[in-house]
Design a protein around this ligand. Structure first.
Ligand code: ZN
Length: 143
């Protein structure tokens, strides 16, 4: 039977499509269907570490577990993304107001934390040596 040009092109397209799935990259694990690149090369060939160190009769089960793990990872990654909350100008104003309140609460004194530590220390509270050293250094007391 004589083939027309159309049939040859169609046949070639089918062959290309099938061949692309059958011809594996030389970088891939030797186990059939394994989606991982090889990472161990030795007398048993080139395979991912999961397949290389396992007996060949275990390979189909290992391949399935790898595929399941990838599917689970992709599914959880897609489900785990929190919906983004658009930031409104009211939210920005509230955040700036909270920041101003925090700064105003410190009465504009950048060393207020050190004075508070000094007050607590002199009131008898036991502080870690690094905290004492920190407030004494900031307040320029004898270090
Ligand atoms: Zn593998």
């Amino acid at each position: 039977m004589k083939q027309s040009a159309y049939e040859r092109a169609r046949d070639q397209a089918i062959a290309d499509e099938v061949g692309a799935s059958w011809v594996r990259s030389p970088l891939m694990c030797a186990a059939a269907g394994c989606p991982l690149p090889w990472s161990v090369s030795g007398e048993r060939g080139k395979a991912c570490s999961a397949h290389y160190w396992a007996p060949p009769h275990e390979w189909p089960r290992i391949t399935q577990r790898i595929l399941d793990a990838i599917a689970d990872r992709d599914r959880y990654a897609a489900a785990g993304r929190a919906a983004s909350v658009p930031v409104t100008s009211e939210m920005r104003k509230a955040a700036v107001a909270a920041l101003h309140a925090y700064v105003d609460d410190r009465h504009g004194d950048p060393r207020a934390w050190a004075r508070e530590l000094q007050r607590r220390h002199e009131a008898g509270e036991r502080l870690r040596p690094d905290k004492v050293q920190a407030y004494r250094g900031v307040l320029r007391l004898d270090v």
